[in-house]
Design a protein around this ligand. Structure first.
Ligand code: NAD
Length: 478
């Protein structure tokens, strides 16, 4: 049984056997580790350590911060195999995916913000008889709360800009996937990150997470997770006037016009539907297809989906691994049942499967559903699994209306070769991100985030550095 430990004030804290939570390996349903069931007293220690570390860390030079964050990035690269294996064991995602995407993105995040802070600058406004200049100062202690779907990837996406900007951090990874955050703590020690600059506290959302949100010395909260929890966090943090960045759920449309590059579209749509078992906030789950191409797309999409191998994340050839937990698998199976009750026709998939030797693991077939109206629960509520609906449309206006018919507004993928249509439709879509003829194509300098119930604020590039700093204007008369 592995022991996953809190990292507070520069050291790993031994586990209190009276206060632990089990961690499951979703590929076989077995408990493989224990984490601290941290409470208010653990958060208090972490916040106090972060507070003590802040004056010195915020006064370090940009070059010092650059060097240490770069060193952590190098250590992630050096430990790629170990971290990828840990991520797949903890989350159920295929090993090749952890190796190709999750872990490299963890080091990219650290390196990107190590460099970005060396390029960050503030504004100056000259006026008649006076000059204004703006100083951007770090906020103090930041709380970061991250989800289980891209564990190290999203954990570092918050920590890196917060630290680069000179803040200290109390971070809570998801209790469902704590392993790579623990290994990351060890890399921070190896890299020589000063004590208290980063503190990683494990535990449940409503105990450890809520204690971070409520703590009066935590000046800002950066959260990625469900809209339900984001709302709860906002209700506590907003009246305290804490800065808030909320990255939440999605119900993203793929809008496919008949003039697109068909082969490229089909290949990418398989990925945008089922990558990471459909557990990416940016997956397209409502697929809208121009009617003249509907039957062709439907036949090919079903055939290609049936070819996708579901099974052991560590086996060669696995395209789709295990769902992250039993609770989440059951939620997704419930959603499939609901789709049937709403009149949906399951074109392929729809069932839990039991791969040989992994019968207790949490596996679901990739599922395509047809015949549902836009306003039903299946088309309105986030499922966050390998489940998509397909719907035909006749006109551009109808496609835009269907795409925007959602309380969410995270991302949209548009497929067309008509340049004018690209601009027209992109402008009218209500989402924070529009991908045209591509998906999950990321430049870390761009603003990242959602509209409506998908989020408040933007991450990425200088947007993140602005969030993690407080601007102060100085006006000098001459
Ligand atoms: P979740 O909201 O259940 O949990 C996210 C984190 O919040 C976890 O660390 C959890 O412990 C913590 N938490 C739970 N209750 C809390 C509380 N009361 N106070 C403080 N913290 C609390 O989400 P999840 O199930 O881990 O992740 C899936 C969700 O995340 C999906 O809705 C998905 O769309 C969303 N997501 C969004 C983005 C984005 O960038 N917009 C990215 C990834 C995932």
């Amino acid at each position: 049984m592995e022991e996953i430990l809190n990292y507070i004030d520069g050291v790993l804290i031994p586990l209190d056997s009276e206060k632990t939570l089990d961690v499951y390996n979703p590929s076989n349903g077995h408990v493989y580790a224990r984490i601290p069931h941290s409470d208010t007293s653990d958060i208090e220690k972490a916040v106090q350590a972060a507070k003590r570390a802040f004056p010195k860390w915020s006064a370090t030079s940009i070059n010092e911060r650059h060097d240490i964050l770069s060193k952590i990035a190098d250590l992630i690269d050096k430990n790629l195999d170990l971290l990828a294996e840990a991520e797949s064991r903890d989350n159920g995602k295929p090993l090749w995916l952890s190796k190709k995407v999750d872990i490299p993105r963890g080091s990219d995040n650290m390196r990107f913000f190590a460099n970005a802070i060396t390029q960050f600058s503030s504004e100056s406004h000259e006026m008649q008889g006076a000059i204004n200049y703006t100083i951007r100062e770090p906020l103090g202690v930041i709380g970061t709360i991250s989800p289980w779907n891209l564990p190290l990837y999203l954990f570092t996406w918050k920590i890196a800009p917060a630290l680069a900007a000179g803040n200290t951090v109390v971070a809570k990874p998801s209790e469902v996937t704590p392993l790579t955050a623990f290994l990351f703590s060890k890399l921070c020690i190896e890299a020589g990150l000063p004590p208290g600059v980063l503190n990683v506290v494990h535990g449940l959302g409503h105990t450890a997470g809520a204690a971070i949100v409520k703590h009066r010395d935590v000046k800002a909260i950066s959260f990625t997770g469900s809209t339900r929890v984001g709302k709860e966090i906002a209700s506590i943090a907003a009246p305290e006037f804490k800065k808030l960045s909320l990255e939440m759920g999605g119900k993203n449309p793929n809008v496919i016009f008949a003039d697109c590059d068909y082969d490229q579209m089909l290949k990418t749509t398989l990925n945008s539907s089922f990558s990471n078992q459909g557990q990416i906030c940016l997956c397209g789950s409502r697929i809208l297809i121009e009617r003249s191409m509907y039957d062709r797309f439907k036949a090919d999409f079903i055939a290609r989906t049936k070819e996708m191998k579901v099974g052991d994340p560590f086996a060669n050839g696995t395209r789709i691994g295990a769902m992250v937990s039993k609770v989440h698998m059951e939620k997704v199976l419930f959603c499939i049942q609901l789709a049937k009750e709403e009149g949906g026709k399951i074109l392929t998939g729809g069932n839990r499967i039991f791969p040989e030797g992994k019968e207790e693991g949490y596996y679901i077939e990739p599922t395509i559903i047809e015949g549902l109206p836009a306003d039903c629960r299946t088309n309105q509520e986030e499922i966050f699994g390998p489940v998509v609906t397909i719907m035909p449309f006749d006109t551009e206006e109808e496609a835009i209306a269907l795409a925007n018919d959602s309380d969410y507004g995270l991302s949209c993928t548009l497929w067309t070769s008509d340049v004018s249509r690209t601009h027209r439709v992109s402008k009218k879509i209500h989402s924070g991100i529009v991908w045209v003829n591509t998906w999950l194509h990321r430049d870390l300098r761009t603003p990242f985030g959602g509209m409506k119930n998908s989020g408040i604020g933007r991450e990425g590039g200088f947007e993140a550095l602005r969030f993690f700093t407080e601007p102060k204007n100085v006006c000098i008369k001459y």
